[in-house]
Structures are given as C-alpha cells and as structure tokens.
Design a protein around this ligand. Structure first.
Ligand code: NDP
Length: 246
C-alpha cells in the first residue's frame, strides 16, 4: 500500500520530460494515471505501458491544450475511464523565445491558451468531480519569479499568471478540502531545455547548486503535494529550481 493507492490522476503533457516523470512517479505511489499529449502518441503510449507494467491503470489521451474543448474532454475521459479524478497536474507547456519586436500576437495567445486557459478549464472541469482531499498542481516556471534575461516576456507572463490562478483556485476550492498550488521548476534537463545545449552553461552559472535539475526532482515535489504531506499546503508557489530565484 502506497500513499496514493485508490487515487487517480490526470497529467497534461505526460508524454515526455517533466510530465512523464510526474505520471510515472504518481503511479509508483499507487495512483492510476491518465496523461495527455499533442503529437507524441508513441511516447505517450510508452509511458502508459510502463505504468501498466507496474500494476496501475493508465490512459494516454490525445488532447491539444490549446483547445479548451479537448482539455475538458480529457478530464471527462479520465473520470469515465478510471472512475474518478483526485489529482490534476497542469504541466503541458511550450517555450516561446523571441525578441519582443518579432513576437506575433498568435504566439502570445497560444502561450496563454496552453499555459493559463487550459489550466483554468481543466481545473474547473476536474473540480466538478473532485472529492475532499483533491489536489490541483500547476507547473509554472522559475522565470515567472525572476525572468533574468530578454526574449521571454510571453513565457514569463503566462507562467506568472499561473501563480494568480493557483491562489484564486485555492480560495475557491479550500472549503471543499481541495488544495491548489503552483510548482516553479528551474532549469531541468528535458527536450525543452537540454543540459548540453549552448544556453545551458549560462543557466548553470545562475544556479547556486551549479547544475540542472532532473524531471524526477520536480516529480518528487508533485508527489509530496499530492500525498499526505500536501494536506495543509494550498495557494503556495513552490520553487524547485536549484536556487535560481534566490
Ligand atoms: P518538454 O518539451 O520536454 O515536454 C512538453 C510536454 O508538453 C510534452 O509532453 C508535450 O506533448 C506537451 N505539450 C506541449 N504542447 C502541448 C499542447 N498544445 N497540448 C498538449 N500537450 C502539449 O517540456 P518539459 O518537460 O521541460 O516542460 C514541462 C513543463 O515544465 C512545461 O510547462 C514547462 O514550461 C515547465 N518548465 C520546464 C523547465 C525546464 O527547464 N525544462 C523549467 C521551468 C518550467 P508532445 O510530446 O505530444 O509534444
């Protein structure tokens, strides 16, 4: 018996990187897990298969977070397929990086749709089904707290919005015993931010710990918040960033 036995989770963007690590970790803690993807059907299927091989149920759901109907439908498919939803992790993300003068309005709208609107829609849909003890965990970014350089206005703004979203939801859902928090990762070695890319050394220099985090480092915090350890934590913005924001 592990701490999430009997619970079910939905992780958006669970096919790769941080989301895949979260999906696997929640399953190791005993949860059945649904995960969404937009383009990596094979990788999403592999994460689901690994979860099933570990004895939990899993669902891989194609759902573009830019499409609010697809996001709401993913929540309903989770409930229909796994019977309930106890944990929602809004993780799907993109990294627009462009000089201010080159940023198209479509880029702004897309980042807001994937990072903010999708998190709102999923939370609203999931809250209808969640019972006392429910958990909503949004994956933000250390760049929401300290942007640290140019070309990231849209990304930072969309991730900073998740802090306000999380605090508002914490107020809305607290009376029902549902907690809502945002986790702000720092540089984590994934396809989005490879630790061997040209930009990596500059990031390492800004980190008191001097090295990138792993997706499992973020998953450990999410598992903590999802479990008993998160019972009295709500409306919080928690950095898992190697000290980037220190
Ligand atoms: P990756 O690029 O490695 O993975 C992104 C994941 O999000 C994939 O599963 C991808 O699905 C999914 N995704 C992207 N767009 C959509 C969409 N429109 N609809 C549904 N799913 C989508 O990123 P990371 O794992 O690094 O990042 C995960 C989260 O952590 C993001 O929100 C990111 O902003 C945040 N973060 C990451 C940091 C880092 O250094 N890596 C630092 C701070 C925050 P598919 O495989 O189908 O494309």
């Amino acid at each position: 018996m592990t701490q999430l036995t009997g619970k079910t989770a939905l992780v958006t963007g669970g096919s790769r990187g941080i989301g895949a690590a979260i999906a696997r970790r929640l399953a190791r803690e005993g949860a059945d897990v649904a995960l969404t993807y937009v383009s990596s059907a094979e990788r999403a299927g592999a994460v689901a298969a690994a979860i099933e091989a570990g004895g939990r149920r899993a669902l891989a759901i194609a759902a573009d977070s830019a499409d609010p109907q697809a996001v709401a439908a993913a929540v309903e498919r989770t409930v229909a397929g796994l019977g309930r939803i106890d944990i929602l992790v809004n993780n799907a993300g993109i990294f627009p990086y462009e000089p201010l003068e080159a940023v198209a309005l479509e880029t702004f709208d897309r980042a807001m749709a994937i990072h903010v609107r999708a998190a709102f829609v999923a939370a609203q849909a999931a809250a209808r089904h969640m019972r006392e003890g429910g958990r909503i965990i949004n994956i933000g970014s250390c760049l929401a707290e300290r942007t640290g350089g140019p070309n990231m206005t849209v990304y930072a703004a969309s991730k900073a919005a998740l802090t306000g979203l999380s605090k508002g939801l914490a107020q809305d859902l607290g009376a029902r015993g549902i907690t809502v928090n945002v986790v702000h990762p720092g540089p984590v070695d994934t396809d989005m931010n490879p630790a061997d890319a040209d930009a990596a050394d500059a990031q390492r220099q800004g980190l008191p710990l001097g090295h990138f985090g792993s997706a499992d480092d973020v998953a450990a915090m999410v598992a903590h918040l999802a479990g008993e350890g998160g019972r009295f934590v709500t409306g919080a913005a928690i950095s898992v960033d190697g000290g980037f924001s220190a």
